[in-house]
Design a protein around this ligand. Structure first.
Ligand SMILES: O=c1ccn([C@@H]2O[C@H](COP(=O)(O)O)[C@@H](O)[C@H]2O)c(=O)[nH]1
Length: 281
């Protein structure tokens, strides 16, 4: 009996049909205010519903940032549950940005929370932190394989502080970031059309030609828009791996709300810039 279709295959199809853009749902307090919404659960709900209704039927991936929902406690998490279900029902893949990571036995519970089909927060993929050791992610890798979901492992993050950990060089001469990419390449070996185990690699990082980004898996590239990177930077940063890049834009799109048409137009402008940049490679 065949199991659920793997995340990598579902993502490849979504990227090929809808384009690779991932729009973030990041209800910052400042954005709620800009949208004329209160910094409360009703404002949070209205914000998230507007983003989902504006773009979930056209972008490949929506990425809710869990922190902005957790800020409101259990009622915020209830809004998150609803947003995930509505985005998936509209055809977007949902990447939960919760950046979980812990010792293996606890990691198993985090994985159940987001990657088990019976969970109220069931998502297509989850961001995870490997900095308790890549092996500590094993329960999440196992559940993702079983449930047809995916992981995005923090390898080379977009923030300037990330380098002190990720560029650190190990005794074997490889950097920590490169080691994470190596683990992911092994995870994805032989998977077609694309493996389900992705890396987070910031679009802000400049030339990454010293890293082997050929992991046969997706590369989530945050940093476009508010953090200063542009779609035009993608080919120079990612080289031939750009075909597997899922560029994320959150505030760069969200600042165009609360009008859903303006949000949709902003997402389409980013999608077009990305298409142009990638086609030139
Ligand atoms: O390295 C990383 C990993 C994750 N993020 C997240 O992506 C978005 C970026 O938001 P923008 O508004 O487009 O800057 C946000 O949710 C981050 O937590 C990242 O930026 N860098």
């Amino acid at each position: 009996m065949s199991g659920p279709e793997p995340f990598g295959a579902r993502l490849r199809r979504a990227m090929d049909t809808r384009g690779p853009l991932c729009v973030g749902i990041d209800p910052h307090a400042a954005l709620l205010a800009e949208w004329g919404l209160n910094d409360d659960v009703a404002g949070l709900e209205r914000f998230s519903r507007t983003v989902v209704e504006a773009v979930a039927d056209r972008v490949a991936v929506l990425k809710p940032q869990s922190a902005f929902f957790e800020r409101f406690g259990s009622r915020g998490v209830a809004v998150l549950e609803k947003s995930v279900a509505e985005a998936r029902a509209a055809g977007a893949l949902v990447l939960m940005d919760a950046k979980r990571g812990d010792i293996g036995s606890t990691m198993a519970a985090y994985a159940e929370s987001f990657l088990h089909p019976d969970s109220p927060l069931f998502s297509d993929a989850l961001t995870v932190s490997p900095y308790l050791g890549y092996g500590s992610l094993s329960p999440a890798v196992a559940l993702a394989r079983e449930s047809g979901t995916g992981l995005f492992v923090l390898a080379l993050t977009s923030n300037p502080e990330g380098g002190e950990v990720q560029h650190a060089v190990r005794a074997d001469g490889r950097s920590v970031g490169a080691t994470m990419l190596g683990h992911l390449a092994a995870e994805n070996a032989g998977q077609t059309p694309l493996g389900s185990f992705g890396a987070v690699v910031g679009a802000t990082l400049g030339d990454l030609s010293s890293y082997d980004l050929d992991i046969n898996g997706p590369l989530l590239a945050p940093g476009i828009g508010a953090q200063g990177a542009t779609a035009a930077d993608l080919p120079a940063v990612f080289g031939p791996a750009v075909r597997n890049v899922v560029p994320n834009v959150s505030r760069g799109v969200l600042r165009h709300g609360a009008d859903p048409v303006a949000l949709r137009d902003a997402a389409e402008r980013f999608a077009e810039e990305i298409r142009t940049a990638v086609a030139a490679v």
